[in-house]
Design a protein around this ligand. Sequence first.
Ligand code: FE2
Length: 198
Amino acid sequence: MSQLKELLTEQLKDLLHAETQLTGALPKMAEAANHPKLKEAFEKHLVQTQNHVERLRRSFELLGEEAEPKPCRAMTGLVEEGQEVIEEGAGKEPLAADLALIAAAQKVEHYEISAYGTARSLARQLGEVECARLLSHTLGDEESTDFLLTAISDPLLQQAALEDIGGDVNLESVPSDRTEKQPPRRQRKSQKTERGAA
Ligand SMILES: [Fe+2]
């Protein structure tokens, strides 16, 4: 086997193990999510991930190789961290718990985006056009999931920032030398309103 084909096969074996682990982790992330849009995003990505496993199996067939998973320790670590985030989230505010879940999920997506990008380049170099097309399709799913997670996190971040400002606006707790540097109360209130409207 050529060294490039061997490398591609190894990458696909790693991805097969990574995706299989994710099909187990995503239902737990969906269950832990508080915001309905985040729950829906995890459920949608679970269906996509099942397709990713199928596309990998099809890629092995095209290459004439065994669809044999190779332990992906990186994904094992990311899934373990995701499990920790789920457990810690039980004691957090729903907003903070969701933002932590998104952070964990985006680490997973970025790992996959990197791995599929490399695998696609290898397939293209080898002239495995159909295999490259399948990998490209999955890469697109991972990128759009990452984009969706960012879109969901943006308003949650703004909401969390507003709550933090609300918690900090207490003039009695501010030392007198710092009070002088604070904008007038009315101005701060209007800033807060602007952020809320954004
Ligand atoms: Fe995937």
